[in-house]
Design a protein around this ligand. Structure first.
Ligand SMILES: Cc1cc2nc3c(=O)[nH]c(=O)nc-3n(C[C@H](O)[C@H](O)[C@H](O)COP(=O)(O)OP(=O)(O)OC[C@H]3O[C@@H](n4cnc5c(N)ncnc54)[C@H](O)[C@@H]3O)c2cc1C
Length: 463
């Protein structure tokens, strides 16, 4: 039997590594098991960070090629050095994952390198060595959801992992799934020169987001050059050296057709990952979607075993996993950790960015909650005009009786940053009037937020 710990966290993604840091800060002797060669999980290695590095580089490329001229900046020829762009992305990832190693050293967290398996409550096997611990935290994350008939080889038919590594711009990229990952990576490769078709079986994109926001996103992304095939279902894919042939059918039934692609990106969602973790043997209960079942304090049905992040229910987002990691560590240290699931922002890092927090109009209607809506377009915002980015709007939803903010939805420049102001307002239980009466710097994109708050009461000033 090896060294004993207070907490062993299995998985070093944003849920796991943050839980480990907070537990160590609170004086618990902590270890984190990670089987990948580097720390940081999906997010840092093959998710949030590399995708945002490529989104930034490809946006710079697009601006240099198509938008600088309008600012009076003349570039004769813009050329793409994809190998360098990919190398930069790898450097960004490397700096981030090394940062977690540093934080582990700083906080005296033991990195147990290898694959963790729960032997029994209080015992974790890591590649043949059993470690004792008071608490076990499952933070093993998620993996790309497979689709029957579409066999991923990460070369021709790729998941997001392969789509982040392409060494050549595909002539035709077909994305299966119009969710966040499909739209972000579809945008990257379109900006770099690919023809991109997005196939989605629903009749809308970005399922779960406010429908008005999603409709605006579809219009703007179509204008940028993405082609959407909505209400269409992919039933099979055949890959050869020449490319991939997809079988596509109308979702409501009808004649099938074939679509040819150089690369197919399968992006229909993610599912919890817990292979080889020994959950069944340990008696840990799962739900019908393969997620570890927990109570509101992240405890599973087995005493001393907890779970957080993508492995459990809730939005599969890095910051949700992080906040759960903090809340759980605090509870394990005898404090009162808590996550407010009503105020978890979600951002799609396309350009313009698409960001939401709180309830959508559809959810309010379904719940029978009366609300007022205030909307303000970026075309009427001075800073957006100065930047040259006027697509989109801010929409705020407030309770009809109390004026309390219930939801905020933004599509526009830096929407992902703007949404933070509204998340804080909602966390403090602010009304639309509170936001409207707060002095906002001029000229700033945030003034569109203030104007939308004024618009809730029908008194926007600049439109
Ligand atoms: C392309 C892409 C882009 C994304 N962009 C964003 C974004 O912009 N913003 C956002 O909020 N979210 C984004 N996400 C989602 C985000 O990455 C996840 O929500 C987040 O990583 C979940 O964190 P986690 O700690 O639960 O698990 P993960 O990050 O998946 O980490 C789990 C870790 O556990 C390890 N592990 C699993 N089993 C074992 C075992 N038995 N033993 C040892 N180690 C094990 C894995 O190797 C992995 O490193 C993106 C995802 C993808 C794929």
């Amino acid at each position: 039997m090896a060294e004993a710990f207070d907490v062993i966290v299995i998985g070093s993604g944003p849920g796991g590594y943050v839980c480990a840091i907070r537990a160590a800060q609170l004086g618990l002797k902590t270890a984190c098991v990670e089987k990948r060669a580097t720390l940081g999980g999906t997010c840092l290695n093959i998710g949030c960070i590399p995708s945002k590095a490529l989104l930034q580089s490809s946006e710079n490329f697009e601006q240099a090629g198509h938008e600088f001229a309008a600012h009076g900046i003349v570039i004769d020829e813009v050329k793409l050095d994809l190998a360098k762009m990919q190398a930069r992305k790898d450097d960004v990832v490397s700096a981030n994952v090394k940062g977690i190693e540093f934080l582990f050293r700083k906080n005296k967290i033991a990195w147990l390198k290898g694959t963790g398996r729960i032997v029994a409550p209080g015992q974790v096997d890591v590649d043949g060595t059993v470690h004792e611990t008071k608490h076990i935290v499952i933070a093993t994350g998620s993996e790309s959801t497979p689709l029957r008939g579409v066999d991923v080889d990460e070369k021709r038919i790729v998941t997001s992992t392969g789509a982040l590594e392409l060494d050549k711009v595909p002539e035709h990229l077909v994305v299966i799934g119009a969710g966040v990952i499909g739209l972000e990576l579809g945008s990257v490769w379109r900006r770099l020169g690919a023809r991109v078709t997005v196939i989605e079986c629903l009749d809308r994109i970005l399922p779960g987001m406010d429908a008005e926001l999603a409709t605006a996103a579809r219009r703007i992304l179509t204008k940028q050059g993405l082609t959407f095939r909505l209400g269409a279902r992919v039933t099979g894919a055949t890959a050869s050296d020449a490319g991939v042939t997809l079988q596509v059918e109308p979702a409501k039934g009808g004649a099938a057709e074939q679509i040819a692609a150089d690369i197919v990106l399968l992006a229909i969602g993610r599912r919890p990952y817990n292979e080889g973790l020994g959950l069944e043997a340990a008696g840990v209960a799962m739900d019908e979607r393969g997620r570890v079942r927990t109570d509101e304090h992240y405890a599973t049905n087995v005493l001393g075993i907890y779970a957080i992040g993508d492995a459990i229910a809730g939005p599969m987002l890095a910051h949700k996993a992080e906040d759960e990691g903090v809340a759980l560590a605090e509870r394990l240290a005898g404090k009162a950790g808590h996550v407010n699931y009503g105020v978890i922002p979600a951002v799609v890092y396309t350009w313009p960015e698409i960001a939401s927090v709180g309830q959508t109009e559809e959810e309010l209607k379904a719940a029978g909650i009366a609300y007022n809506s205030g909307k303000f377009p970026f075309t009427a915002n001075a800073r957006a005009r100065a930047i040259g980015d006027t697509d989109g709007f801010v929409k705020l939803l407030a309770d009809k009786t109390t004026d309390r903010l219930l939801g905020a939805h933004i599509i526009g420049p830096d929407g992902g940053t703007l949404i933070a102001e509204l998340a804080i307002a909602m966390e403090f239980g602010a009304s639309a009037e509170d936001v409207a009466r707060t002095c906002h710097a001029h000229p700033s994109l945030n003034e569109a937020v203030k104007e939308a708050a004024l618009a809730v009461d029908g008194r926007a000033l600049h439109i």
